[in-house]
Unconditional design. Sequence first.
Length: 209
Amino acid sequence: MPGDGAPSLRQRNKDRSRAEIATAALRLFSDKGFTGVTVDEIVAAAGVSRRTFFRYFETKEEALLAAYPELNATLTESLIEGGANHPLEAVRGGLHRLADWYVERAEVVLERSQVIRDTVQLGARNLEFLSQWENAIASTVATHIEADPSCLLARTAGATLVGAFRAALTQWVRSNCTDDLHTLIDATLDVVANGLIAEIGGAASAARV
């Protein structure tokens, strides 16, 4: 029913079209390499017009990294839902939700990872999207310690925790997605958690004095 929070038919159609273009693009990138594929080839493979392609993506890079806006929204939503918890618990829960997404799409993740590794210019664009995750985590930590998200502790927490997630994800991809991603995430987060717990706890106490 309208108003129940479910996406409309129009939105579902738009989401499906966007996903189909991204799938066609990834298939071509995997076969021919990122630099060897043109937008015209993508639209031909997807069966859409150039106008439709640019309605959803500004560049080929965005088509390859099409999942990141969804992942960013998922992480942000999880952090909000876990706001009553210690920020590191909320972050851990959010990163495990991202892990669920990756595990469900392991084959696609492997294809995309190979394209990114083989194309130098994609590294910077990939990091740009990951910085959004860092900012979301920094905001969560800053709220807990009643500080600005740009403060050193919040930014350090964001960068460190996303770095831990990336380390786990890299190990998982190197195993051809045969390792347990959730176990890897817990292992990497445990490496950094003790120091952050102490720092965040101290800052939170100081803020409430």
